[in-house]
Write a protein that binds this ligand. Sequence first.
Ligand code: AMP
Length: 195
Amino acid sequence: MFNIIVLGPPGCGKGTQSNNITKKYGLTHISTGEILREEIELHTHIGRIVKTYIDKGSLVPDDIMMQKVFVSAVNLENSNGLLFDGFPRTILQAEYLDDILRIYDKKISLVFHLNVEENELYNRILHRSIDSKRSDDQLEIAKNRLKVYYKNTFPLIDYYLKQKKLKTISGMAEISEVFGKISSVIDDKINKTEK
Ligand code: AMP
């Protein structure tokens, strides 16, 4: 079982690259943003709570997120592996993820950090906002999401560097070029694991 995390600022291409990875390697995609947006669409109790955070560009509280991820992750014992897209976003979430995976005798194999310049992030989010139904793809909210990213999520880079799992990939190139780089890191890791 091969478990991967994709992290990076809003607009870095996390969702697109996560889709590509899950398709190519047969992993199960756990996108916490998608899970939350589904709750909102279904008008559930949790959906009503999380909407107030998402609409401001803030993080949903850790306890809600951990419960959501626990439910998704434990149901997937027979999968080839899990791909976490948008989780963890805080050190507490990262520690929690390590803990639950340990209970199931599993671990994170690789963490991809997609690096994109700030101007380009805004360009992409504003471009996406033309078609997307996402309430948080507006300039002011995107600015807050980026601020929140640097404060809460950026420290994860050091967390996974210390675990020797982090691979920083430039997300400034074409989608296929970025995916080519990601694939070669995964193939390398798979080859080493099989030897
Ligand atoms: P995303 O689709 O990954 O950009 O997530 C959209 C929004 O959902 C974020 O801006 C947060 O408000 C919320 N969210 C998604 N994942 C998490 C998480 N792991 N922790 C806290 N909030 C999250």
